[in-house]
Design a protein around this ligand. Structure first.
Ligand code: ADP
Length: 158
């Protein structure tokens, strides 16, 4: 059986923190699906196409990392994709509490899906997409916070 993991999130935009977790997890799995959760009522800062492009460009060097979108329950999407693993990143104890409850509820929803956590690199602990959006709104430089390939796309879109 193939080891397929889903890494779900908003990725609005992808940051170096996401990239680091996904790259470090790559040796553990046959395939990682970076899955953008779509919420019809919540319009993102970047549109879906741009978020997809940024993720695809970031991982163009690793074939087993693919990008997709989904709506509905994450465990249902895992089932559709034959994925038995959910990958999440942990930055702080607040992340842990939040992720613990989601992980435990997901396990009750589908006992075949295991949530796997990767610790963030210390330098990415305070990094999140919302900080990157704030910097962009105020015309600041996000080069240190997003993957180079994503930065190129951001620069084309502002
Ligand atoms: P959501 O909005 O659903 O939380 P995010 O895109 O913010 O989606 O996060 C997706 C996943 O990436 C989560 O598991 C989150 O903990 C992880 N993550 C976000 N930022 C970082 C970071 N700087 N370092 C490590 N993991 C991160």
């Amino acid at each position: 059986m193939k080891r397929i993991a889903v890494f779900p999130g908003s990725f609005d935009p992808i940051t170096c923190g996401h990239e680091s977790v996904i790259r470090r997890a790559a040796p553990l799995f046959d395939k990682i699906i970076v899955a953008i959760g779509v919420n019809a009522e919540k319009k993102g800062y970047f549109d879906l196409e741009t978020r997809l492009d940024m993720i695809a460009a970031t991982f163009q060097d690793i074939d087993k990392i693919v990008v997709d979108t989904y709506s509905g329950l994450t465990v249902n999407y895992c089932k559709e994709q034959d994925a038995n693993f959910l990958l999440r990143g942990l930055r702080t104890s607040a992340d842990f509490e939040f992720e613990r409850s989601i992980g435990q509820v997901n396990k009750q929803l589908d006992k075949d899906v295991e949530t796997i956590f990767m610790l963030t690199q210390p330098e990415h602990t305070s990094l999140n997409s919302s900080i990157v959006r704030d910097i962009l709104r105020h015309k600041g430089d996000v080069a240190k916070f997003v993957p180079q390939a994503a930065l190129n796309i951001i620069l084309e879109n502002i």
